[in-house]
Design a protein around this ligand. Structure first.
Ligand code: ZN
Length: 405
């Protein structure tokens, strides 16, 4: 989707601010002799920014607004390496709440809802973002943060929470607990706002069935969300410009084609981002949405550019395996892929869960054959009992590459 003149004007404001502040990306632009962009073609010549650049700017190298205007910092969720510190002005905090409010509204959530927030608070951005948006909407917030499943379920019943904000793994964990404890009729949830990772249709179906709730994918957090009955996510093009590029060449791809999401923030003051490579894979969904909203759309996240695994010389995406597994009714939504290197050969083992009513050997053989027809080589498939594979509060690691340990 080509950048509009209005968006270009905003980008030029941001470029000016970055260069004047001499912040990390401002220096990069100054070195490249760039002070403004005149056309969409000019824009695509701007250098990309990467997570690594953001890390190199630690601690406050990204700060672009004057110190007296910065009211808060947040940090990336990364558990390894140097964190990324993003400074916010009061306007940034407010803009973010407006974007989040729009997400809730798009999902049909109102000020009569009670929103239980389970993502983390503190340095990490997610929890407080969900909260600010919900307060702007006028809804009642139940700010739980992650963990303590007993307390989560207690509050969910006593407060009659209608909206659950969480990761897909945690939503599944809660759904399973609710079923196990037989308390489904005491739960008042209507909708789930699920963020931050790629999740399978099977998992979606499972959470939907067990909790009986309508599920929404939120990207960002706060950048975009799907509308009822649709899968693609509307995003806020007055706050962000999104391009989809070929992750190998860096060239933009036509609308509708899959590639890497690259984000430019149009109004951010504390730390504007220009052409930031997210490594998330999606596509622009062309045409207008049935709901009538004019905001453009991206498809559900299809994976990460760095998820790609090279096994026996073949490029494999976890989403390919997931699709194959999704076609088997006899197994749960959970799986684990382990790749190892034994006796000079790469080996892929896939662990899946099944209820006791099937012949595990015959099932594993059928799954192995179907995976082979999809990716070109035969994995070792192990069927285990339901509940054996790990579930977690945050992101569940489904691919474990043991070749480089
Ligand atoms: Zn729509």
């Amino acid at each position: 989707m080509q950048i509009t003149q209005q968006q270009l004007d905003l980008v030029n404001d941001r470029i000016r601010a970055l260069v004047e502040a001499g912040s990390f990306y401002g220096k990069k632009l100054a070195e490249a002799g760039i002070t403004h962009v005149d056309s969409p073609e000019d824009f695509t010549k701007l250098p990309f920014s990467e997570k690594k650049d953001l890390r190199d700017a630690y601690p406050l190298g990204l700060m672009t607004a004057p110190e007296e205007e910065i009211v808060r910092i947040h940090s990336s969720s990364g558990t390894t390496g140097t964190p990324v510190i993003i400074p916010y002005t009061a306007k940034d905090v407010d803009d973010w709440a407006i974007m989040f409010k729009r997400c809730y509204e798009t999902a049909g959530i109102t000020n009569m809802d009670r929103i239980q927030i389970t993502p983390g608070y503190g340095l990490w951005t997610a929890g407080i973002g969900f909260q600010n948006g919900a307060e702007k909407l006028g809804a009642m917030v139940i700010p739980m943060g992650p963990g303590n499943t007993d307390k989560q379920l207690q509050m969910m019943q006593d407060m009659k929470s209608t909206i659950l904000c969480s990761t897909s793994s945690y939503a599944l964990l809660l759904a399973e607990e609710i079923e196990k404890r037989g308390i489904k009729d005491r739960i008042h949830l209507k909708k789930g706002v699920i963020g931050s990772e790629r999740w399978s249709d099977k998992m979606r179906e499972r959470i939907h069935n067990e909790l009986g709730i309508e599920l929404f994918d939120i990207y960002g957090p706060g950048i975009g969300i799907n509308c009822p009955g649709e899968k693609a996510m509307h995003y806020w093009d007055d706050y962000l410009y999104i391009e989809i590029i070929d992750p190998k060449t860096g060239e933009p791809v036509p609308d509708g084609e899959q590639g890497e999401i690259v984000i430019t923030t149009l109004v951010k003051e504390g730390a504007p981002l220009i052409r930031y490579r997210t490594h998330d894979l999606s596509r622009i969904v062309p045409g207008k949405c049935r709901c009538g909203r004019c905001y453009p759309r991206i498809d559900v996240i299809m994976g990460r550019t760095d998820d790609m695994m090279k096994i026996k010389g073949v490029n494999v995406f976890p989403s390919q395996i997931e699709e194959v597994l999704g076609s088997f009714k006899e197994i749960s939504s959970e799986y684990q892929i382990r790749i190892s290197h034994l006796d000079g050969k790469d080996t892929m083992r896939i662990y899946v869960e099944s209820t006791g009513d099937v012949d595990f050997d015959a099932l594993s053989k059928r799954i192995a054959e179907k995976v082979k027809s999809r990716i070109g080589f035969t994995p070792i498939v192990k069927v285990v009992e339901v509940g054996v594979l790990p579930r977690s509060m945050k992101k569940t690691a489904r691919v474990i590459d043991e070749r480089f340990d």
